[in-house]
Write a protein that binds this ligand. Structure first.
Ligand SMILES: Nc1ncnc2c1ncn2[C@@H]1O[C@H](COP(=O)(O)OP(=O)(O)O)[C@@H](O)[C@H]1O
Ligand SMILES: O=C(CO)[C@@H](O)[C@H](O)COP(=O)(O)O
Length: 570
């Protein structure tokens, strides 16, 4: 670390953790710290995997107070490592998408009057009209989703306007439901923040505007007209669109620059400089595409609690089965995203029932052994049928199928003769089958966005970058490479689970150091050094193997369609 250059702080407030990462202008990492919600506060807030669940209504939510306590704790941990917080010139961050925080009428006053002698949680309890933030795993809003699509006519039209069809977790449907369920709470709400603008607000000491990319996770922002959608605001607000517009506030168009200086609380308590600026925070997925300079055709797979597949593209081609967001830094660019609820936690469920699974040592050892010893689609010899499954321990997003496990087989060469298997096959086959299933779904839905990277190759991504906790797993990375390809290889970001925090920190560097008209990719592209930042973990495209999965892609789609007919989420 140099002795006196500026430092930048990036956060990631995700489902299970709050991470902080401090970097220098040359993008090198100075220090990092994290709070694990279950480990640090599980007993106090009675959370599991970062959230509380009301099974009966499909509600999943997190206590806002938990996040306040976590922010103080993560800063204290950075301080304990002697991180020179006084040198931090700018702060930005990434937060779980879609969650919403409800501020009371006292919020601005309480945020503006924080004193360093008490923790945030003691001073801000009165700043919220609702103690909980709905989490992206919430699935209580089917009724509201139906109304959103009805209002726009079809799921296609809603996707054309807002970048996505109606989704349970999207903030507009969540706001509409909470207004109906808790009318008094809604009336006593002065402002509504996304998790990203909530965290930025704490640093600013006043309520921050929403971010131009994260706002696309609400089903309320009309992307082509760059404004709130009038009919959808009207619907969500129950006929008082102006009131809801005021609660949502302005949307900041510029992903860079400063929204203001850090609040005195952080200056006095943690020795931040009074000149330290706060840049807009964004969603964790938009921040992930900022964790490295992405080239056209490159894809990122984020293996966190959720699994997401991300690409950056200049083409706005929305469809009800996926999502488009404004790019977090570059006007005219978009982020393409697929999001699955059954990511890391579903793989853990399969892992935990494997024969001989041991709880000591590496908990993934058996899972990895079975996944690597099983051949693609469990086709061991000529004539064996390919095995395909769906492993949904939670109701899934795409396809919109209820929780359940299904197993099918089909002809491995043609994909024909798809049949459901009534007796489950050996549990050890599930280890590979669940990864294949998750990857086949991503390949199916992204195939229209990819082309042949070079003559003679089938259409596929160029590089596939893996981030998030699951990227540490060699069996998962191998199977993803087998199915998704990647003509230029599969890489893991060396910061493992910290990619979006790093994306947040890079965003802060760009926000405060950009030259006139200098784009994020230009600035970061000049400073980013591949060596030490990424590690090649799989060759990606393997001739013969990739094609085996291509042979059953149609059968996989048909399997989903069959299951949808009998097991649609209602
Ligand atoms: N070695 C590993 N192999 C497979 N999965 C792992 C491994 N280490 C962590 N994970 C998974 O990573 C997930 C957490 O990833 P992380 O990116 O930190 O999540 P989030 O950002 O959602 O809090 C856990 O649910 C766990 O299943
Ligand atoms: O709902 C989505 C994206 O639409 C999730 O990706 C959330 O943004 C939370 O992600 P984690 O990092 O906690 O898995």
């Amino acid at each position: 670390m140099t002795d006196n250059g500026p430092l930048y702080l990036g956060f990631d407030l995700s489902t299970q953790q709050l991470k902080a990462i401090v970097i220098q202008s040359d993008l090198s990492i100075v220090s990092s710290a994290k709070v694990d919600f279950d480990q640090d506060f599980g007993a106090k807030y009675k959370i599991k995997k970062g959230v509380l669940v009301n099974e009966e209504e499909g509600e999943v939510f997190a206590p806002v107070a938990l996040w306040l306590e976590s922010l103080d704790l993560v800063l204290q941990r950075l301080q304990e490592q002697n991180t020179p917080l006084s040198r931090i010139k700018g702060i930005s961050g990434s937060c779980q998408q879609h969650g919403s925080v409800y501020w009371s009428h006292e919020a601005e006053q309480l945020l503006g009057g924080l004193t360093e002698d008490k923790p945030l949680v003691d001073q801000l309890t009165g700043a919220f009209s609702h103690p909980f933030a709905p989490n992206w795993q919430d699935h209580s809003t089917q009724h509201e989703c139906d109304k959103f699509e009805e209002t726009m006519g079809t799921a296609e039209r809603l996707a054309q306007a807002t970048g996505s069809a109606a989704h349970h977790r999207f903030t507009g449907t969540q706001i509409m439901r909470l207004r109906r369920k808790l009318p008094e709470m809604y009336t006593s709400t002065s402002r509504i923040s996304l998790v990203s603008s909530f965290l930025a607000s704490l640093f600013l000491g006043s309520i921050a505007p929403m971010d131009i990319s994260d706002v696309c996770g609400m089903n309320l922002w009309d992307i082509p007209s760059n404004n709130w959608s009038a009919p959808l605001l009207d619907l969500a607000s129950g006929g008082s669109p102006d009131d809801l517009r005021a609660k949502l506030g302005e949307v900041r168009q510029d992903g860079g620059g400063s929204m203001g200086n850090v609040s005195g609380y952080f200056v006095k308590k943690y020795n931040f400089s009074p000149d330290c600026g706060v840049a807009p925070f964004t969603g964790d997925n938009p921040a992930t595409i900022l964790a490295l300079p992405l080239r056209p055709l490159d894809a990122i797979v984020s293996l966190g609690t959720s699994t997401t597949f991300l690409m950056s593209t200049p083409v706005y081609k929305p469809d009800p089965s996926y999502h488009f967001f404004n790019h977090p830094t570059t006007p005219g660019q978009y982020m393409f995203m697929l999001c699955y609820k059954n990511g890391g936690l579903a793989r853990e469920k399969v892992r935990d029932v494997l024969p001989e699974a041991s709880s000591a040592g590496d908990v993934w050892e058996k899972f990895n052994k079975f996944a690597l010893e099983t051949p693609p689609l469990d086709v061991r010899k000529e004539g064996d049928r390919a095995k395909l499954g769906l492993y949904f321990y939670l109701p899934e997003i795409v396809p919109n199928i209820r929780a359940g496990t299904w197993r099918y087989t089909c002809d491995a060469k043609t994909g024909e003769g798809l049949e459901e298997v009534k007796e489950p096959w050996g549990k050890e086959v599930d280890a590979r089958a669940i990864i294949e299933s998750q990857a086949l779904s991503m390949r199916l839905r992204s195939q229209k966005l990819v082309t042949a990277p070079r003559e003679g190759l089938p259409a596929q991504p160029g590089r596939v970058y893996l981030v998030g906790g699951g990227s540490l797993n060699p069996a998962i990375t191998r199977v993803l490479g087998d199915v998704l390809g990647g003509a230029d290889g599969v890489y893991k970001l060396d910061v493992g689970g910290n990619a979006c925090a790093l994306g947040g920190a890079y965003k802060a560097v760009w926000a405060f150091e950009r030259g006139e008209g200098e784009t994020f990719d230009e600035l970061i592209g000049k400073r980013w050094k591949e060596e030490g930042a990424i590690q090649r973990v799989d060759e990606g495209y393997k001739e013969g193997v990739f094609e085996k999965y291509g042979n059953v892609l149609g059968a996989f789609e048909k399997m989903e369609e069959e299951i949808l007919k009998v097991a649609k989420n209602t």
